[in-house]
Ligand binder design. Structure first.
Ligand code: SF4
Length: 243
């Protein structure tokens, strides 16, 4: 599983060799920007979600504090607020609305702000707006009382700062306690997702938007893998984990 990306990749920066051979001054519909990842949402995009043009089952949230890949700094960074993004296709970065054969956007007339301002031959506009006025889950669902309380509770219990602290403690004198705490958080995160689908009847496709991607997957960004045997969860270090 790839780590989530904070910023929409800018193709001109990613394929500088090609750009040198043939400078681009207008969109040639190569599709590279859509293949490299979908946009993050800003306040200007709120009505696209509120009017159901883009459904929340097409979105996922990178939660505050979560590690995500910053393609400009070329490293994993904790994010400072929720970042809501369009999901990628299975096993690739490509935006789910991107039609590979036609090299076209299925929601072109209603594409989000970042897609509208991204010009790979002149990145000034996207660089100006990418971190401004980001849309958060609070902006969208804080008025849905019971659901918002559940999300706040989940965010508090599975706070990434707390996770980071326990991951660091795996190399300390309290490593047993740290391992136990992390496993409990993963179990809680897994169970709450099952519960809102089975008891509250929520669409399972909305879970990555409501609670972020499952902790059982995002814990990989801390250099840990989860092994499951029935209900038993074990944490394994991967070579990526820095001590
Ligand atoms: S919403 Fe459309 S324009 Fe934006 S990344 Fe997806 S396919 Fe491309």
């Amino acid at each position: 599983m790839h780590p989530d990306r904070i910023r929409k990749p800018i193709p001109s920066k990613l394929s500088a060799g090609t750009q040198k051979r043939k400078p681009i001054t207008a969109c040639i519909r190569c599709g590279t920007c859509c293949q490299k990842g979908g946009p993050s949402f800003h306040h200007a995009d709120k009505n696209l979600i509120e009017k159901g043009i883009i459904h929340s089952r097409h979105l996922y949230t990178i939660r505050r504090g979560q590690l995500a890949y910053d393609n400009v700094r070329d490293c994993l960074m904790p994010v400072d607020s929720d970042i809501i993004k369009i999901k990628g296709k299975k096993d690739s970065w490509a935006c789910i609305f991107f039609e590979e054969d036609e090299k076209a956007c299925r929601i072109y007339a209603n594409r989000p702000l970042e897609c509208r301002v991204l010009k790979c031959w002149d990145t000034r506009e996207i660089e100006k707006i990418y971190a401004e006025n980001r849309l958060t889950r609070k902006d969208l669902i804080s008025e849905v009382k019971g659901l918002w309380d559940l999300i706040k509770d989940h965010q508090g219990r599975c706070d990434h700062e707390k996770i980071h602290k326990w991951v660091k403690a795996l190399d300390s004198a309290i490593k047993k306690e740290a391992r136990k705490e992390l496993i409990e958080l993963i179990q809680y995160d897994t169970e709450i997702r099952k519960l809102v689908v089975s008891k509250a009847g929520l669409d399972a496709e909305m879970l990555d938007f409501l609670f972020g991607r499952p902790l059982i997957e995002t814990i990989e960004n801390y250099g840990l893998n989860v092994e499951q045997s029935g209900k038993k969860i074990s944490l394994m270090s991967t070579s990526r984990r820095k001590k």
